[in-house]
Design a protein around this ligand. Sequence first.
Ligand code: PLP
Length: 360
Amino acid sequence: MSRVYNFSAGPACLPEEVLKEAADEMLDYQGSGMSVMEMSHRSKTYDNIIKEAEADLRDLMNIPDDYAVLFLQGGAWTQFSAIPMNLMKNGVADYIVTGQWAKKAWQEASKYGKANKIASSEDETFSYIPDCSDLPIDDDADYVYICENNTIYGTKFWQLPNTKGKILVSDVSSCFLSEPVDVTKYGVIYGGVQKNIGPAGVTIVIIRKDLIRDDLPDFVPTLLKYKTQADAGSLFNTPPAYGIYICGKVFKWLKKQGGLAEMKKRNEEKAKILYDFLDSSKLFKGTVRKEDRSLMNVPFVTGNDELDAKFVAEAKAAGLESLKGHRSVGGMRASIYNAMPKAGVEKLVEFMKKFEEENS
Ligand SMILES: *Cc1c(COP(=O)(O)O)cnc(C)c1O
């Protein structure tokens, strides 16, 4: 067996310990005689798995009792629709568009109501986070929406926008559990887990309970109403059962590492290694305004498409996988989520130095 350093933006690398544990339990989960994959989601054993996963997540993020935790399917994309359907009362929401994901969320919301684009960084290929200290928040806005870490462009909101009292809704798909958060600052925190938590197929929604309504219009599909799954403990229909089980293992792994404060420290350390090199390199350069840099996704370019392609190919041959940038930015992108060890980032920088020497 030989494992590579996987810099994929998502689905992405998972902690090796978790994968090994899952492998050990594959055929016989704790004496049940079956795999979690084969188990009824109505069984006592599975009920313990999902309840424990929720309890551990609550513990890790310090989620207050007046917030519900939902384990859903459909990816972050489905939430682009669910959010306006559930939260628009006045039919108005304000969107801060800092990348493709926020833009898609804004476009989806426009189908249900008046979705205002109140700020954007599209003028400079989303390479920065706009000033959000005094935005023209609509008096009638039901919420203000952000994508907190922009996976494709490598930017991060280091300061939450001033929503002037409106509820904040945040897509944290690619920075979920990368650092401590103050849940009380949000109405909804949500994300697909396949970036920084677990396998594709699970979407976690953390929502303040008073925002879960039972007076939604009839056209809202049953499974897109938060109330449906909140009332059923995420077991209204078959949940993404195996994925939730793996997420639960990752939560335990994170707790064992020292929790989110420790992850933040490690993530800062790892990102610094890469950004310091980018800042000193004559060949490679980061594409993001320094103060808005993400700790999770690091895009960089040489400025020469052929050289970029050569880099990606040679890196792959050296066991550094999936470094090709998103098609809308080009160049390279290293996603260095929680599960990427420091040694992986060090090896990448070492490789970049060697490549720079050989190609300049
Ligand atoms: C990947 C990603 C999405 C889309 O997620 P799906 O699960 O594929 O729907 C949305 N938002 C962000 C920030 C992402 O990184």
